[in-house]
Design a protein around this ligand. Structure first.
Ligand SMILES: [Cu+2]
Length: 644
């Protein structure tokens, strides 16, 4: 059904253009809230916009409210009755005052994510302030020293998962460096009807609870038919022995999540209007609790102009991955009157958030198919396999899969007759702390593990040996310096800045990588770092415990920085998952290449089995939080940083 009124509104705007651009009124629909209680799937008109609050004085009221995203009525945590919370529009240089009133029956807080401010205003209970008790009002006041796209969220319990997140737009004091005609926030999130405490309890009991990508026995039968018992078994045996799954991409999935775009379910779909030829700025914010999204708009190139609120040299892409808590601003220029789908697949392909850019609210575009479920490869597990004999490196791409020293191995210890010469030397790998020399790897069909386009066939030719019987001996854990609480270890973690990540490699599209991010301006602090800190992101999947250097937050001493120092932090991901690491209070200057143009981020994805480095200028005294932004990882993978 088509809505001519919305087009009329576009062509004869009764409101100021600025109001229209904010999405205050579209197609005559003034729906300040995206909350619905009526039946879903019925309405044709889904132009509901999130309310925008402007100025320097803000009253925000945190409350519980019923919502219905799935057909079930649930309680959400809202701000001024809205989910997402209202968009806050600030002006660079202004002092803003935000009075936050807690109408919940538990303590709450708001953290202004990516905003540089004094520690007492940072809103992290236990670190920057005690939190906001029920019935109380806390007044935040600080000067806004930056511009761009940011967001805010609760830093208390799992309130963020239940809806407490909103967008922040800071308009620059000077003119925008990039011109555009239209401006939309595109806020992505993951909603669950389950109580987050229950979700967490399930993960604690069974870390794979929500992961249905793990192969089922019928997959196994099909695989055996296709490849024979030997190859099939040997594939699985390796992964089983590591007690991991090659499709273990997300802890929490579309099984429980409904993915939202600006608070709209995929069935409803958020709508952004445009007129052909306009330059449209889309401010993508990942406010999900646990979900990374792969974002594209089939038919449109996206020019990335800012990352985490900070201007970068414009780069044209077809797709980008947005980690939890990251933001990307892009410009699109639709040149015709077609509708375009904003397609944000969850990284594990268990669902998507959806929207439409369209000249006519009644016209939608086709929804693309999911990409295949990504499977982790050895590079994702930090295995070094870089000089494998006889392999074709041409298709490896991005250097993500350095496969080394596979030639001339000693098979005597592999539990097979020495005559059965396996093809791969996996010695030295100790993922999961296990002794890899016990594994039988011959005949492994590595293409099955998403090893890109590698031509492994020649290597895999020695599979005439009889199938190895299942081995049910217990996995032995090699000791690591991080102790018994860690069951994963990347032996050869590599820098992979130009790797778009698992599931996005060689997909035929131009995908943004961190290597593409170049500051539009000179590096603000050009000093060389005075010292280096290396931290390992660690975990124990079987107990769903996350930690840094094997120590969870509760048992860890604060990380000490000296006021004024420039320090390099190198993060090494020993786990199989992406962790979006967020340092509060100070920028993370991500070393992507040109030291003169280092981009500034507040949240840095550390890919599985990889390492990444950034520079920090310790220019903010006090205590700060430093943690993985995945909400169910945060309890352990968290440090206090003290600048003194
Ligand atoms: Cu994490």
């Amino acid at each position: 059904m088509r809505h001519k009124p919305s087009l009329l509104t576009l062509e004869n705007p009764p409101l100021s253009r600025r109001q229209f651009v904010q999405g205050i009124a579209m197609g005559g629909v003034v729906a300040g809230l995206s909350l619905r209680s009526g039946p879903l799937f019925a309405s044709q008109e889904k132009s509901a916009a999130i309310h925008t609050l402007r100025g320097t004085q803000f009253d925000l009221s945190i409350d519980k409210q019923t919502v219905n995203f799935t057909g079930q009525t649930r309680l959400a945590t809202t701000v001024n009755g809205s989910l997402p919370a209202p968009i806050l529009r600030w002006q660079e240089g202004d002092e803003v005052t935000l009075r936050v009133t807690n109408r919940l029956d538990v303590s709450t807080s708001i953290h202004w994510h990516g905003i540089i401010l004094p520690t007492a205003m940072d809103g992290v209970p236990g670190i920057s302030f005690p939190g906001i008790a029920p019935g109380e009002t806390f007044t935040y006041r600080f000067r806004v020293q930056q511009s761009g796209t940011y967001w805010y969220h609760s830093h208390s319990g799992f309130q963020e998962q239940t809806g407490l997140y909103g967008a922040i737009i800071v308009d620059p004091k000077e003119k925008e460096s990039i011109q555009y005609d239209r401006d939309y926030v595109v806020q992505l999130s993951d909603w669950s009807d389950e109580d987050p405490d229950d979700v967490y309890a399930k993960l604690k009991k069974l870390s794979h609870y929500y992961n249905f990508n793990e192969r089922t026995s019928s997959d196994l039968i099909q695989e055996i038919r296709a490849k024979g018992v030997s190859k099939t078994w040997q594939n699985r045996q390796m992964w089983n022995q590591m007690r991991m799954s090659d499709s273990d991409i997300s802890d929490v999935t579309g099984y429980t999540y409904t993915f939202l775009m600006n608070g709209q379910t995929p069935a409803d779909g958020w709508i952004g209007l445009f007129r052909k030829g306009e330059r449209v700025r889309l401010r993508f914010i990942n406010s999900a609790a646990m979900t990374f999204f792969d974002v594209r708009i089939p038919g449109l190139k996206m020019t990335v102009i800012a990352a985490d609120g900070q201007d970068v040299e414009p780069v044209s892409v077809d797709e980008f991955r947005i980690g939890v808590a990251e933001t990307y601003d892009v410009i699109v220029e639709p040149l015709d009157d077609s509708a375009y789908t904003l397609f944000a697949q969850a990284i594990d392909r268990s669902g998507y958030a959806l929207g439409t850019l369209t000249p006519d609210a009644g016209v939608r575009a086709e929804i693309p198919e999911f990409d295949p479920v990504p499977l982790l490869g050895h590079g994702d597990m930090g295995m070094d396999m870089s000089s494998m004999a006889g392999m074709d490196h041409a298709g490896m791409g991005h250097g993500a899969m350095a496969m080394g020293s596979m030639a001339g191995m000693d098979h005597a210890s592999m539990g097979h007759a020495p005559a059965q010469q396996a093809d791969m030397d996996m010695q030295g790998m100790s993922m999961d702390g296990m002794d890899m020399s016990e594994m039988s790897m011959e005949g492994m069909e590595m293409t099955d593990m998403n090893m890109g386009d590698m031509k492994m066939d020649t290597m895999m030719s020695n599979s005439s040996a009889p199938p190895s019987p299942p081995v049910n001996r217990p996995v032995t854990h090699a000791s690591t310096e991080f102790g018994p609480h860690v069951d994963m270890r990347a032996d050869s973690p590599s820098y992979r800045l130009d790797d778009p990540g698992v599931g996005l490699r060689n997909n035929g599209r131009r995908v943004l990588t961190y290597a593409d991010l170049i500051n539009r301006y000179p590096t603000p602090d050009p000093r060389e770092p005075g010292r280096e800190i290396e931290l390992h992101l660690t975990g124990n999947m079987s107990r769903y415990m996350w930690s840094i250097n094997g120590v969870k937050f509760a048992n860890a001493d604060p990380l000490q920085l000296k006021y004024g120092e420039r320090v390099r932090i190198t993060l090494v991901n020993d786990t199989m998952m992406n962790h979006p690491m967020h340092l509060h209070g100070m920028w993370s200057d991500l070393e992507t290449g040109d030291p003169g143009r280092i981009p500034r981020k507040h949240t840095v994805i550390v890919q599985p089995g990889s390492r990444i480095s950034y520079l920090v200028t310790a220019d903010a005294r006090g205590d700060w939080a430093y943690h993985c932004h995945l909400i169910y990882h945060m309890l352990g993978m968290f440090r206090q940083v003290t600048v003194s």
